[in-house]
Write a protein that binds this ligand. Structure first.
Ligand SMILES: *Cc1c(COP(=O)(O)O)cnc(C)c1O
Length: 451
């Protein structure tokens, strides 16, 4: 085991094209947070935003279980057709996905005292920027098919907020958890019914498509992330899809310290330093050349897990409900039956975690008690530690925001779905650095941990 290299959850993988763009930036002396790579990266992302579904050749001949077949573009499909007539999306490249969420809220005029409806089952970067604005995230639980925002619950929640506060929420933030498209058609219907702008947090869903259309292009704003562990990376970075040139300029204005158009520095608004550097944009351009390949790899691994974990052993792969949901399978996830017994689970949680689980950067606080009042089941933790000892990194799924102490006073509309998945779920290694042999080894290790 010692000579085996550790298999990590999801890591950046360079295409080899990045250095060319970076070199160009150096040669032309554009080592600043603007420049030709930034402009070109934005243009390439805008073009991608309206691209037709064009499965990568690597998908051909894959034998996927029916539920995760590569999504097909069918010109007769209502929404696929709308791609042609779809207005262009403008893109602003930013220093992080978190900054993209924040600026979408700024542009929508979210202020202290406002409420924003936010999917509870997510990474904290979806909701934290709402609090940066002094506003209140109101959490909405998920539905079991996609693990994303439940449109029916969203409708009820908005209605209840209006009754309770006398005001409409300022925005809705829906998330594509682990890359899985949300039930966006239904969510948009609710947003339309109340006339509330929609922000799609597609930080994990770059290249995912709902009915052939790129995720992040349905709502007012679409958030992308190029952090080190996302579908593609710029080392750190993000982008915001905007509806038009005018909004793009407004976002750029706030992303560059809100400088007014005078020869000297005149400030009439509070701005931020959120632009992406020309060097990072160069990495992004190189990465875009392999985006489809990366997605193909993630989906191939999903197909392998999907065949291995069909629920019969008490472990179920989280697959797309049907072909409408063209997920990138950013992180592949499974859920464990509560009754499934994993060897050693009696000793789960006996020790506090040393260092960060899942390679999470910046985890510096050491906890004194290994327990919180809501945690994954003993079998999940036992499986995680078994995998860890076998040199395989895995990680519990996101802990829902309505269960986070920092949000304990926030309004939340819950149905038990995200909490249930949190108690049963585990993320498995995915992506271009995980070989078929690795996947077989992971599957074998998991199966032999079952008691
Ligand atoms: C990663 C992520 C973000 C934030 O992106 P950063 O680039 O890390 O700031 C936002 N939302 C979700 C759901 C994410 O997974």
């Amino acid at each position: 085991m010692a000579d085996r290299k550790r298999i990590l959850l999801c890591l950046a993988h360079m295409s080899g094209n990045e250095m060319r763009y970076i070199q160009e930036a150096f040669d032309t002396n554009w080592v600043v947070p603007l420049g030709p790579n930034v402009n070109a990266f934005e243009e390439e992302l805008s073009r991608f935003a309206v691209s037709r579904d064009n499965p990568h050749p690597a998908w051909e001949g894959e034998s996927y279980p029916a539920c995760i077949a590569p999504h097909e573009s069918d010109p007769d499909r209502l929404w696929a057709e709308s791609i042609d007539g779809m207005p262009r999306r403008e893109t602003v490249a930013l220093c992080s996905g978190t900054a993209a969420v924040h600026l979408a809220l700024v542009a929508l005029g979210v202020e202290p005292g406002d409420e924003v409806m936010c999917q509870s089952f997510t990474f904290c970067a979806s909701s934290h920027p709402v609090t940066y604005q002094g506003a209140t995230p109101v959490f909405v639980d998920s539905e079991p098919g996609t693990w994303n925002m439940d449109p029916v619950l969203l409708d009820k929640a908005i209605n209840d907020r209006i009754v309770k506060t006398g005001r409409k929420p300022k925005a809705i933030i829906v998330v594509y958890l682990y890359g899985m498209p949300a039930r966006i058609r239904e969510i948009m219907a609710v947003a339309g019914k109340y006339d509330i702008p929609l922000i799609e947090d597609a930080a994990e869903g770059l290249g995912s498509r709902y009915d052939g259309r790129v995720c992040g292009t349905f709502g007012e704003y679409g958030v992308l992330s190029f952090n080190g562990n996302k579908m593609i990376t710029t080392s750190g970075g993000g982008a915001l899809f905007c509806p038009d040139e005018e909004t793009k300029h407004r976002i750029m204005f706030y992303a560059t310290q809100a400088r007014e158009g005078y020869p000297y520095y005149q400030h009439e608004k509070i701005g931020y330093n959120y632009r992406l550097s020309n060097i990072c944009a160069g990495i992004g351009r190189g990465q875009l050349t392999v985006l489809e390949e990366h997605i193909a790899r993630h989906r191939h691994i999903a197909a392998m897990y999907g065949r291995a974990f069909d629920g019969s052993d008490g472990i179920l792969f989280h697959a797309a409900p049907d072909k409408t949901f063209g997920t990138n399978y950013w992180l592949n996830t499974v859920t464990l039956d509560p009754g499934l017994h994993i060897r050693g689970q009696e000793h789960a949680y006996e020790e506090t975690v040393k260092g960060a689980v899942g390679g999470a950067a910046g985890v510096v606080d050491q906890v004194s008690n290994p327990h919180t009042d809501c945690e994954p089941g003993n079998n999940v933790e036992a499986l995680r530690t078994t995998l860890d000892k076998a040199g395989i990194e895995s990680r519990p799924v996101w802990k829902p925001m309505h269960l986070q102490p920092v949000y304990r006073h926030n309004p939340a509309y819950v149905n038990g779905v995200s909490e249930g998945i949190f108690r049963r779920g585990l993320c498995l290694p995915s992506g271009p650095l995980v070989s078929d042999e690795d996947v077989h080894y992971i599957i074998d290790t998991i199966k032999s941990a079952i008691d």
